[in-house]
Design a protein around this ligand. Sequence first.
Ligand code: G3P
Ligand code: CA
Length: 263
Amino acid sequence: AAPSAFASESDDVINAAHRGASQSTPENTLAAFRAGTDQGADLIEIDVQRSVDGELVVIHDTNLTRTTNAEDVFPDRAPWNVGDFTAAEMQTLDAGSWKGAQFTGEKLPTFAEAIEVIRKSGSGMLLEIKSPELYTGIEAEISAALRESRGYVQSAVGQDKLVVQSFNFDSMKTFTELEPTVPVGLLGTPTIDRLPELATWADQVNPYHTSIDAAYVAEVHRLGMDVLVWTVNAEADMVRAIELGVDGVITNRPDVLNSLLEN
Ligand code: G3P
Ligand code: CA
């Protein structure tokens, strides 16, 4: 996209809930997204992948073992890759109990379900396309899904409530060509000499929080892009990030960041 002023028009630091409020609830579930909003998040970060039957689903790892009971339910389906299961199969799984018995029955959401819950919540969406090299053509499918969902692109972009990001810069280039009005973020820490070219089409550079200093943030800003850092969970690290001048902080603890920003 052309450099947008997603965050830079405001002095407010964006509070982004990483996989939802993932410290207190099971990551990338509808419960985590709702909790993110309740804890004061401006954006809910989600990870989108694709099922074997072509449905978009929300999960971080490219296999199901850490955050679901797939090994128990489908014992003969090793290595339990997301892309080998149908969406219906994945929706039979328990994506909550690994985090605590009180979350038993939380489901692995489809992307459509995530859009609906986040839309109703009032928070925006920070959508990571996870490992797009495994899912050829996923950029166009995400674009179509956002548009089919009652014009989510049009309404969310106008309110600064949608950003798409990835570690895969080629995927982001593809996405911005499909959806030039949607801001795109580059995950990682590209070297300073690469930034001018990236600034011709990207809107955000989103690095790991300890990988940057104030000079790096200033250079990204000089080129017209914003900086959202991840994954910042300790209060002292949140303070450091804010002092570096970042535009947003991606955290498992949006409640802690919210208190800090209010005081
Ligand atoms: O939003 C940034 C962050 O989510 C990137 O890392 O591995 O948690 O998806 P990861
Ligand atoms: Ca992510």
